[in-house]
Design a protein around this ligand. Structure first.
Ligand code: GAL
Length: 409
């Protein structure tokens, strides 16, 4: 009897103790705000409903979460899955042989057939699927308080940079903080990228990020773009430095501020505060009907393991995250749109409907910067933008630094 128990225990240790244990998944992510927590719960619930056990490892801040994931992998105690952005952020750990692929799940579900090209290019490397994409985020949306716009007498959504500045002036005159802005380097960079795409235009954006073209950076058009980007700062409040993005969103939710330029994860905050798109707040994806749509979002990668139970868990995560029902439930709370078009999105709000509609026009797609440049170059450019935003550095000096950055690495 004793011996049989010992053998059973030995077998259990070697092969896992049944389905629930076998599919225990520790998932690292940086979704800690109200809307984000509500959204990640949908992923966890779907995984649990499929028979898995979810171990939640939430780490505040994208950079912190990603470096924890990498340190754990390198240190030999990897999580089952870890969040990265849909980009090249995890390509070096693929090259180093530190990730498992999920080809089996991708093939079974036909990812090749329905993933938009920029997302496919991020997750499929040298013929293998190394990450499961969960959403499409557009990092350059405008979110505004209807009450604040009404108070300031703004009757139409701005259709150009000039109209936008005019609206900001009206908000200022009405005693509202015109631009709700957080104060962390990534937020200043995301604002810069939004301004570059919407005001500089797709061509300027691609010349810089795809072609690393010094002449574009040295052009008068780019210099004036930098100057107008910095002008935005005069519409922010004194509390901006150090502020989290979701605290900036709260200012729009309460009507204390007029507008925030931020990814559609901000919509998750409005929803968590029981506000409805088109009612208390409005959204526009850029200036006018042909504005570019930057494609970004989140993926989960699967650290290398040969433990069959962990591999099973990784496959179950990839499978449940991409199922049509999970895609709708999760993206509804997250503010993003589903990665697949064969899901029933009719019940999604008007901003999501707008995003889904725009996505159909591939001529409006723009890859996010980190799909085009390495994390190293991206980090250097972020430092330059932050310095320019927060100091008295001239536009000419910022240009010089950017030229050096695009030439390096
Ligand atoms: C982005 C991520 C979003 C959202 C945001 C703020 O990098 O793609 O899902 O979480 O950070 O935390």
């Amino acid at each position: 009897m004793k011996q049989r128990t010992a053998i059973a225990l030995g077998l259990a240790l070697a092969f896992g103790t049944g389905a629930a244990f076998a599919q225990k998944a520790e998932v690292i992510h940086w979704w800690t705000s109200g809307g984000e927590s509500a959204a990640v719960k949908e992923l966890a619930n779907a995984y649990k409903a499929a028979g898995g056990t979810w171990v939640d490892s939430a780490i505040a801040g994208g950079e912190a979460a990603r470096s924890t994931a990498i340190n754990r992998i390198v240190g030999g105690t990897p999580s089952t899955a870890a969040q990265f952005n849909t980009s090249k952020q995890f390509h070096d750990i693929i090259d180093a042989g530190l990730l498992n692929n999920v080809d089996e799940v991708a093939q079974k579900n036909g990812w090749d057939k329905w993933l938009p090209a920029p997302i496919l290019n991020s997750v499929k490397v040298k013929g293998h699927f190394y990450a499961v994409p969960v959403n499409i985020h557009m990092p350059a949306w405008f979110w505004y308080s209807k009450a604040a716009f009404a108070k300031a007498g703004i009757t139409a959504e701005p259709k150009s940079a000039d109209e936008f500045f005019a609206a900001l002036d009206k908000l200022k005159a009405a005693g509202v903080v015109p631009l709700a802005q957080g104060g962390q380097p990534w937020q200043e960079k995301i604002l810069f990228d939004a301004w570059l795409a919407h005001v500089g235009g797709s061509e300027m954006y691609l010349k810089i990020y795809r072609d690393r073209d010094a002449a574009t950076l040295q052009s008068p058009a780019f210099k004036s773009l930098l100057v107008s980007y910095k002008k935005l700062k005069s519409y922010t409040d004194a509390g901006s430095p150090g502020r989290n993005w979701n605290d900036a969103t709260s200012m729009v939710i309460s009507g204390k501020a007029g507008v925030q330029i931020m990814g559609d994860w901000a919509k998750g905050e409005f929803q968590a505060a029981n506000q409805t798109a088109g009612k208390e707040f409005g959204c526009f994806a850029g200036f006018g009907p042909k504005s570019p749509y930057i494609i970004a979002g989140d993926v989960f990668v699967f650290p290398k393991t040969t433990d069959p139970a962990q591999i099973k868990a990784q496959h179950l995560l990839a499978d449940t995250f991409t199922s049509p029902a999970t895609q709708v439930a999760f993206n509804n709370k997250k503010g993003s749109i589903p990665i697949r078009t064969d899901v029933d999105a009719k019940g999604m709000d008007i901003c999501a409907q707008m995003g889904i509609q725009i996505m159909k026009d591939t001529s409006r797609h723009l890859p996010n910067p980190e799909m085009l440049i390495s994390p190293d170059v991206s980090g250097v450019m972020q430092d330059i933008v932050t310095k320019y935003w927060n100091t008295n550095q001239s536009a000419d000096d910022a240009v010089k630094a950017l030229v050096l950055a695009v030439k390096g690495g």
